[in-house]
Design a binder for this molecule. Structure first.
Ligand SMILES: [Zn+2]
Length: 271
């Protein structure tokens, strides 16, 4: 049977002599594996089509589990996401997360549009620490693990303050916090962002300016949540972690006062 679908390439691996197998996220058929013959050959018409992040129109024959590309056309190459070191790492993380966290039957049209919006936002240079956290929230929602953020998961109280508990399933009020001693205390901004991300259609994500400390907390909260509920080891995340640690080191070195400075002298607005 011949299929014709729009899709985003969320995985691209070498296969045999000069071929590639790509995994597409499609709005109509969920995830689809397609063999692109000769994709690695220099003169291949479809080499670019088989690259990670490509948004294209794909025609393929399929009888078993894998399709065989018949023809295709690039609708948007997302070439910006392949430039530099950092950009590809963020986009690769979004792609790998989608590939690993989402079962075929969970990949509906909505998620396709969310990933496309995520790639677009990254390509436009929006803050990856915001874009990716919002996309992570879309992923956990699609996978069926949305956190409860508006009321205490234990007693239903809707009045904060709350702690954020991955194990308990979201917000825990102060009376119920003993249920998870490791629950996180988050800034009000971070709670707000978590709630916004949960309801947000990424196609409508604007430019948000968020303090570094809030971004750090946001990352920690989403990390805890995903580690508890999805439990994935992602190659791209390990790379990003190392990258960000390196970035932190540079940033810290510039921001921190010299070690010899007395603590009370550090209160000059750098903290
Ligand atoms: Zn409670």
């Amino acid at each position: 049977m011949l299929y014709r679908v729009e899709g985003l390439v969320i995985r691209s691996t070498d296969y045999g002599e000069g071929n590639k197998i790509i995994t597409l996220l499609t709005p109509t058929y969920g995830k689809q594996g397609v063999v692109v013959r000769g994709a690695k050959k220099l003169k291949s018409r479809y080499g670019a089509l088989a690259q990670l992040f490509t948004y294209g129109d794909f025609s393929y024959y399929k009888s078993g589990t894998l399709g065989n590309l018949n023809s295709g056309e690039i609708l948007e190459s997302f070439h910006e996401l392949r430039e530099g070191l950092e950009g590809p790492a963020y986009a690769a993380y979004a792609a790998e997360l989608t590939d690993r966290a989402i079962n075929d039957d969970e990949a509906a049209a909505y998620l396709f549009h969310q990933l496309k919006a995520c790639q677009t936002a990254l390509a436009e240079g929006k803050d990856p620490q915001i874009v990716l956290r919002a996309y992570e929230m879309k992923i956990v929602n699609a996978a069926g693990y949305a956190p409860l953020l508006d009321e205490c998961v234990s007693c239903g109280k809707s009045q904060g303050p709350f702690r954020f508990s991955a194990i308990a399933g979201g917000a825990l009020c102060l009376q119920c916090r003993h249920r998870d001693p490791s629950a996180l205390e988050l800034e009000e901004t971070v709670w707000k962002l978590l709630r916004v991300f949960s309801a947000l259609d990424l196609r409508r994500l604007g430019n948000i300016t968020v303090r570094e400390s809030s971004k750090r907390q946001l990352q920690l909260a989403m990390r805890r949540w995903m580690d508890t509920h999805l439990n994935l080891v992602l190659k791209s995340r390990n790379f990003l972690d190392q990258w960000e640690k390196y970035g932190d080191m540079l940033g810290e070195r510039m921001k921190r006062p010299e070690p010899s400075a007395k603590p009370e002298e550090a209160g000059d607005g750098t903290v």
